[in-house]
Write a protein of this length. Structure first.
Length: 198
């Protein structure tokens, strides 16, 4: 991944007409990694500048590489004894039960629609022992569709790069805020008597 990113950065310096497309490769790695950055805006931005099929091809290829890495990392993490409580937790088991009813289409749907995050689906795919080739096929179909729609939006509505950057930063800020809220310990609940005394 690092090697591919370095080659992409070198390509961006060497062929300046294609630089933005080369930059999409490491940016897609970051946007689809376990520490995600919003990358949809970059695909929209490129839509008005390069051929739609080329954007989709580059973005899907980069996504397949990072998803291979994601699945390997998750498989190693989830195989550890320290994750036994997570693996056997009732919510995890309930999620796995529903995931197993339609794993392929669940993965495709979360790749296309940002309403439901794709990150939990990675965990479920690993825990369910879902075959990597099927997982990657769902990524090609789902992310390919998403990238085509986003790049098509960039063709149909040429949005200035500054607006896309601003929207991406706002999305990132909301994501960080939401993650902090989720990780904050719950505040103790005071009984009505303790509340009256305070």
């Amino acid at each position: 991944m690092i090697g591919i990113s370095l080659l992409a950065l070198w390509g961006a310096q060497t062929w300046s007409d294609w630089s933005r497309l080369f930059y999409l490769i490491p940016y897609t790695f970051l946007g689809n990694s376990l520490a995600p950055l919003p990358y949809d805006g970059a695909v929209i931005y490129l839509g008005g500048r390069y051929s739609l099929w080329l954007i989709v091809l580059v973005a899907v290829a980069a996504t397949l590489v990072i998803e291979l890495w994601n699945m390997e990392v998750l498989a190693r993490i989830l195989a550890r004894d320290g994750t036994r409580a997570f693996r056997s937790h009732r919510v995890t088991q309930w999620s796995l039960h529903w995931y197993r009813k339609a794993p392929f289409w669940s993965l495709v749907a979360t790749c296309v629609f940002p309403i439901v995050p794709h990150y939990p689906m990675r965990f479920l795919a690993v825990l369910a022992g879902y075959p990597l080739w099927k997982y990657q096929t769902s990524v090609v179909l789902g992310r390919g569709t998403r990238y085509a729609l986003l790049a098509g939006l960039g063709v149909a509505l040429p949005i200035p790069g500054q607006w896309i950057l601003l929207a991406s930063l706002v999305a990132l800020a909301f994501g960080i805020r939401g993650a902090r809220k989720m990780n904050r310990p719950p505040e103790p609940v005071l009984s009505s008597r303790a509340a009256e005394e305070a």
